[in-house]
Design a protein around this ligand. Sequence first.
Ligand code: HEC
Length: 204
Amino acid sequence: MADQPRYEPLEANPVYVNELMPRTPPESTVARGELQLDEHYFTGKAGGQFVSELPNRALEGRTLEEVLARGRERFTVFCSHCHGQVGGGIGGDPMYEELVGMVVARGYPSPPTFHQDRLRRAPIGQFFDVITNGLARMPAHDYLVPPDDRWAIAAYIRALQRSQYAPRPLLAPQDFEKLPPPDETAAATALAPPRREPTSRLTP
Ligand code: HEC
């Protein structure tokens, strides 16, 4: 009973040419539950192009509000130590250069801020792809963050962008009511070139 007439896993087996007990699975074998045929959901692409919509599957069983709340929470866990809470970094308004995470404050290369035209125009599938595969100095997160959460984070990046820069056509009429009344003097000052104060160094 103690010694069963069978081969243990990884035991040598002289029956096979390479004398190895484990067999190599045939090419293209997919482990159960690992078949990823849904290109949109698993790669953020359709026909090789980045998509600009969330896949329906990422919204199954949850509302958009729930997706964004989850995205915010996951972004805080997996991204904010580099990208900061609002997606700061270089390449946009200088104020965003300071709003990076602790890892960058300690010397890691600064990421690009999410608040610049290039990334405002980037389709959401591109965010999904960067999270999945990483990009240059940014590490991949495919093994850390499951696809549903990667979509939630990608949607939350878009929400962060809107929180800082909302194009007028996207605002609802009730949003305009919340804006301060247009102040003509303020607008005129904003357009005028900055007034230069003479410094003491120039006037000894
Ligand atoms: C270890 C630090 C680090 C972490 C963690 C990190 N990133 Fe990044 N990220 C970077 C750096 C650095 C870049 C710039 C990459 C480059 O161009 O070299 C970047 C670039 C990006 C970009 C811009 C891609 C582009 O097209 O320029 C996005 C979007 C992004 N990251 C999203 C995320 C999200 C979402 C997470 C969390 C799931 C995350 N990052 C986690 C460091 C990080």
